[in-house]
Design a protein around this ligand. Structure first.
Ligand SMILES: [Zn+2]
Length: 169
């Protein structure tokens, strides 16, 4: 007979459930949160975060109308914030997460920043400068190469934009 205090042993591995979302998806959630801020401000809802190690060092959302600034795209704002936070204009150990495929200006800025990796959500068939319209990143004549992953939470990223453009019709 077993003493009453002995409980059946439970293998510890049984309680660990596998992650259904990876870290890229989690950071993209943060970029989506930023895009939501743009939407609330009446701006085109695009959001971006710069991640270094396991923390966000820069965050941005479109502010063109708010700031009367043609260059105030989410990615540019996030890159500027990251540079200021790290005290370095080179972001060689950083990754940028953007809800939409970056335009030519932002892709160019990613090269100037020497960003290590870009992760984006939905493609931009009209102005995307990574795959869609132009290929600014990893251009054969540029020295800097950027690792790229696309399509992360793409449906939700695109949906925000569609909601915005529908509401303006
Ligand atoms: Zn841009």
């Amino acid at each position: 007979m077993l003493p009453c205090c002995v409980e059946p042993s439970v293998p510890t591995t049984a309680s660990t459930t596998p992650l259904t979302t990876g870290p890229d998806e989690l950071w993209m959630e943060e970029a989506l949160r930023s895009a939501q801020r743009a939407l609330e401000a009446g701006e085109v809802p695009v959001g971006a975060v710069v991640v270094c190690g396991d923390r966000i060092v820069g965050r941005g959302w479109n502010r063109n109308i708010t700031d009367s600034d043609p260059a105030a795209h989410a990615e540019i704002i996030a890159l500027r914030a990251a540079g200021a936070a790290l005290g370095n204009h080179r972001l060689t150990e950083c990754e940028l997460f953007a809800t939409i495929e970056p335009c030519a200006m932002c892709a160019g800025a990613l090269v100037h920043a020497r960003i290590k990796r870009l992760v984006y959500g939905a493609a931009d068939p009209k102005a995307g400068a990574v795959h869609s319209v132009m290929q600014v990143l990893n251009h054969s004549q540029l020295n800097h190469t950027v690792e790229v992953r696309n399509g992360v939470l793409a449906g939700r990223c695109a949906e925000l934009l569609q909601t915005f453009f529908k509401s303006r019709r």
